[in-house]
Design a protein around this ligand. Structure first.
Ligand code: SF4
Length: 377
């Protein structure tokens, strides 16, 4: 097996086995772990505290314990997270940082206090008007409060210089991820849609320091190879919260699609925006969120997402946009009519898919993707 294949296999195994990967990371580093609800959790603060942030993006579940606490119209990501919490899978974590971007997240936070009182929950509120001076000020104060709570829960002190160093480190991570996104475009056969996704996902279950080292090596090994010119001809950009489960991406692979870029909250939106390199730690972190555009989960009066997708399509010469909508995810649902109109006016082929993480039978989606492939041919 060559080095690229080895690295891909290693990272894919980490992404496919979150619990084991988290346990290994905690054991190998001797650090504490903090769970991070989607989206945009301030991981820099956790890293500055000497702990490892781990992503909590749901996953496949079998049981229905979460039904005791959640409504039937709750999104499958929160159902999965709640199920895992009730099964005490998160008890290895020293705290859980809960973002509150939607009504579901706000309710889940209150439910968890009753359902899993053993977990140290730290809420974080993002301002709606994140670009105004008062919005930035509010978020800076909120970050300061979260830092204080982290210090209490992790029994540590986090200094200004610790956080500045951590933000610099995360800037390095974001830069590395953006390099990865550029490089993988040239290797659609080695790094198909499933692999591309799993390599990014692995970052949620590792110490980022180890992850960056692996990515560094992977990128430089890939650059030594010849660009792959054959194979997948239908170039698409994925948009939405996340492109899971894995079977969904496998259908795209089977039908000759090449994921040339993404606008997914679980993937590019985490690192495409670089923050300012100067200022207090609070202002650097708050301004990065203020700058982030084109995301259904951050209030955007101008609704820039459609424009951003059209620009991406042109930049990467994509053939179509695939909008992957998590069932019952209100913020995403509100964006769809606007996107449909804007992309239609720009003559941009659009495939809209509604998914759940617990997708028992993907046949309906398979048929839609096959038809879309034929339409683009
Ligand atoms: S409704 Fe959407 S934003 Fe809210 S928790 Fe579910 S997937 Fe996330």
């Amino acid at each position: 097996m060559d080095r690229v294949a080895e690295l891909l296999e290693e990272l894919k195994t980490i992404a496919r086995n979150p619990k084991e990967s988290v346990e290994i990371a905690l054991r190998d580093t001797g650090k504490k772990g903090v769970g991070c609800f989607p989206i945009y959790a301030p991981e820099e603060l956790i890293y500055a505290a000497g702990a490892i942030p781990f992503g909590m993006w749901g996953g496949p579940i079998k049981g229905n314990l979460s039904d005791r606490y959640l409504q039937t119209f709750c999104c499958s990501v929160m159902k999965a997270n709640t199920e895992q919490a009730l099964l005490k899978q998160y008890d290895i974590l020293s705290a859980v940082l809960m973002t509150t971007f939607c009504d579901t997240l706000k309710c889940v936070m209150e439910n968890w206090k009753v359902a899993s009182p053993q977990l140290n929950i730290i809420p974080i509120v993002y301002p709606q008007n994140r670009k105004t001076p008062s919005g930035i000020q509010f978020f800076q104060e909120e970050l300061t409060r979260v830092k204080k709570e982290l210090e209490e829960k992790l029994n540590c002190r986090i200094s200004e210089s610790d956080i500045q160093r951590s933000i610099d480190f995360y800037d390095e991570y974001r830069e590395k991820m953006n390099q990865y996104m550029e490089v993988v475009r040239g290797y659609p056969d080695t790094i198909d849609a499933v692999t591309r996704h799993l390599i990014i996902k692995a970052s949620y279950f590792m110490d980022k320091k180890n992850y960056i080292q692996k990515m560094d090596e992977l990128i430089s090994e890939l650059r030594k190879r010849q660009i792959e010119t054959t194979g997948r001809e239908k170039r698409i950009i994925l948009s939405g919260l996340m492109a899971e489960p894995e079977e969904l991406l496998r259908i795209f692979d089977e039908n000759g699609f090449h994921v040339i870029g993404d606008d997914l909250a679980q993937e590019s939106r985490q690192f495409r925006e670089e923050g300012p390199s100067e200022g207090t730690w609070q202002s650097r972190m708050a301004k990065r969120i203020a700058q982030q555009d084109g995301c259904a989960f951050l209030y955007d009066a101008e609704k820039t997402r459609g424009h951003l997708l059209i620009q991406m399509k042109e930049r990467y010469q994509a053939d179509a946009i695939v909008l992957i909508q998590m069932k019952f995810c209100d913020p995403e649902e509100f964006d769809y009519p606007i996107l449909k109109k804007e992309l239609g006016e720009a003559n941009t082929p659009l495939l809209y898919l509604e998914i759940e993480q617990q997708m028992d039978s993907p046949e309906q989606i398979r048929t839609r993707i096959q038809s879309f492939a034929e339409m683009l041919a």
